[in-house]
Design a protein around this ligand. Sequence first.
Ligand SMILES: C[S@@+](CC[C@H](N)C(=O)[O-])C[C@H]1O[C@@H](n2cnc3c(N)ncnc32)[C@H](O)[C@@H]1O
Length: 212
Amino acid sequence: MSACDRFCDADPSGIRLRAAIIPPMNAYHRRYCRSAKWARQLEETVLPWVIRDYDLGADVLEIGPGPGLATDLLRARYPRLTCIEIDEKLATSLKERLGGTNVEVHQGDATAMLFPDGSFSGAIAMTMLHHVPSAELQDRLLAETFRVLRPGGVFAGSDSTVNLKFRLVHLFDTMVVVDPGPFARRLEAAGFVDVAVREGKGAFRFRAKKPA
Ligand SMILES: C[S@@+](CC[C@H](N)C(=O)[O-])C[C@H]1O[C@@H](n2cnc3c(N)ncnc32)[C@H](O)[C@@H]1O
């Protein structure tokens, strides 16, 4: 049994301690997630592709904001944005940077959220699911997102599909790739309806709704 397994066994979800032992992102990846290149890509390509046609409402939850490049775009679009980020340093610096704005940042694990049922009109998870370290925990995150959405609430997001560059960026990172093929069924198993999964170049996007 590795040290990680031992520590993770002591945590009911495993993920918090795992995150403390294996940083979810390596140094290169952390730099990329705050780079001007990624900011441009998010603004011009990724985010419009994800939220086009979908109304997330006025109370939006962002799961796994990292340094907050998508947060900056989302907060200009939605009146209230709540972020949940598992990495303590990232959560703290985002909280400091966006203090006094329409964004509330919580350090926490999206597979076991403390928000009451039905807190949000919409939720978004941008390129974060593959950082959740097992398919079971990813499914728990989907179920938790379903729980904290109001009836009729929309969950939208994107994730990368696997290729050589993606593998290299994730050396020594958590990387549990989400297969877009069965992903619609996983969203439905969490309770979502009107599920759509679309594949694009190097990524897929999804949209799903909590029944009204
Ligand atoms: C690749 S970054 C993406 C950051 C941002 N969404 C973007 O697209 O630029 C993934 C983020 O998800 C966070 N994360 C991973 N597992 C999480 C969990 N269980 N709960 C909340 N955040 C999590 C990581 O700490 C990391 O900041």
